[in-house]
Design a protein around this ligand. Structure first.
Ligand code: ADP
Ligand code: MG
Length: 385
């Protein structure tokens, strides 16, 4: 979806739904995390890129305190009153929107038409894209003058308090601050982002995302369990966060489960630093090796992989020209990434397809992604009314 397509689809969709044109159209990208997985809730490092898949919102201010929202993807409507915004029980898509509305404290209501080409629940962070699309829209429409970092924090709180997911700030920062041809080295302690060059395409390589189609559900118990285990490991080590632990100290932890969990986070932080350095000097084989090492750590020590993700990575290891592969996002299903020579992609897909067919699994999808720009307005905007 190009910005022009988003603007046109937003105008038309909004008009069909609400009977008038919108004040403007905004979009926010999904993200792929290159490396640094499950580190962002222990004040660690990660390295996401924003990608050219978006959630968009066409919005119009209202004179009263009502909010009306429509999601084209889900074909679902929701309504609320600004004075009584509260989390709704169960998984409910409007919680991500309501959390942002509550976090920004806007003076009057809005109508929101949500659409886009970012798949939901595929590990590409559609939840953060939804939050950031709504956040940039409200920031512009009501001239709130929040920085992208502040909007990201509002999105994270929406996810934590309204959606009930104890996620870190990576997804929102990536969606808010993405840049073309750059990866974002995110230090979640401060939090702050520095853009570092990431252009594998210039070396004849591609980064592909393989959506395994295995269900990924962060509101399931696994994510919360890891969040608590990581916190328990930090407490056992007497550090404020696992960011501060050293590998040698971790190996002395008495509890074998907490030791494995802590080992993943500590070694993963080190791999982020390695990948930034390797990508900077164009050492793509080293980047690929770090991807494989990350996957092993996530599968063995952190135990957040899934048979479909393990299959992708083991097939990737066998295909000449694939430099590295790993699960990306929270795991438990969802997507994997592979860094490969462009000519190796067809072979990877063919071999994986054969393995999927043998198991009778529903087909996966595979698409190349490139580092892309962050959340922004694509049409209109207007002054506060
Ligand atoms: P991910 O962020 O990896 O895609 P999550 O489970 O964190 O997976 O978030 C997916 C949820 O976010 C969806 O189930 C839905 O509630 C909400 N969501 C994301 N995009 C949209 C959208 N375009 N319309 C409605 N809800 C959406
Ligand atoms: Mg999410």
């Amino acid at each position: 979806m190009t910005p022009q397509q988003a603007a046109a689809a937003g105008r038309d969709g909004f008009r069909q739904r609400f009977g008038t044109g919108p004040d403007g159209v905004w979009l926010a990208p999904g993200r792929v995390n290159l490396i640094g997985e499950h580190t962002d809730y222990q004040q660690g490092l990660c390295l996401p890129i924003a990608i050219e898949r978006h959630t968009a919102v066409a919005a119009r201010r209202r004179q009263d305190g009502r909010v009306r929202a429509w999601s084209g993807v889900l074909a679902a409507a929701a309504e609320a009153d600004l004075r009584s915004l509260a989390p709704r029980p169960g998984p409910n898509w409007f919680n991500y929107v309501a959390g942002v509305l509550a976090g920004l404290g806007i003076p009057r209501g809005v109508d929101l038409f949500v659409f886009g080409d970012l798949p939901l629940g595929a590990g590409l962070s559609s939840s953060a894209a939804l939050e950031m699309a709504v956040a940039v829209a409200l920031n512009d429409l009501f001239a709130l003058s929040r920085t992208p970092e502040q909007l990201a924090a509002v999105g994270q709180r929406a996810e934590n308090l309204f959606a009930g997911v104890n996620s870190g700030i990576m997804d929102q920062m990536a969606s808010a601050l993405g840049q073309a041809r750059k990866a974002l080295l995110l230090d979640t302690r401060i939090p702050t982002v520095s853009a570092v060059p990431f252009v594998p395409e210039d070396a004849g390589l591609a980064l592909v995302v393989i959506d395994t189609r295995a269900a990924h559900q962060v509101s399931g118990g696994g994510y919360q369990a890891r969040f608590e285990e990581a916190r328990a490991a930090a407490a056992a080590l007497g550090v404020p966060a696992l960011r501060d632990a050293r590998e040698a100290e971790v190996e002395r932890l008495g509890d074998p489960l907490l030791r494995r969990r802590a080992r993943h986070i500590v070694t993963e932080n080190a791999r982020v630093v390695e990948v930034v350095a390797a990508a900077g000097r164009g050492d793509w084989p080293a980047v690929g090796q770090a991807f494989f090492a990350s996957h092993r750590s996530l599968a063995m020590d952190y135990e957040v992989s899934h048979p479909a993700l393990d299959l992708v990575v083991s097939v990737a290891r066998e295909v000449p020209g694939v430099l590295g592969a790993r699960l990306t996002g929270a795991g438990f299903g969802g997507s994997a990434i592979a860094l490969l020579r462009t000519e190796a992609e067809a072979e990877l897909i063919a071999r994986l397809r054969a393995q999927y067919a043998r198991r009778g699994w529903a087909p996966f999808t595979c698409a190349a992604v490139q580092a892309a720009a962050g959340a922004r307005r694509v049409e209109g905007g207007g002054t506060p009314g």
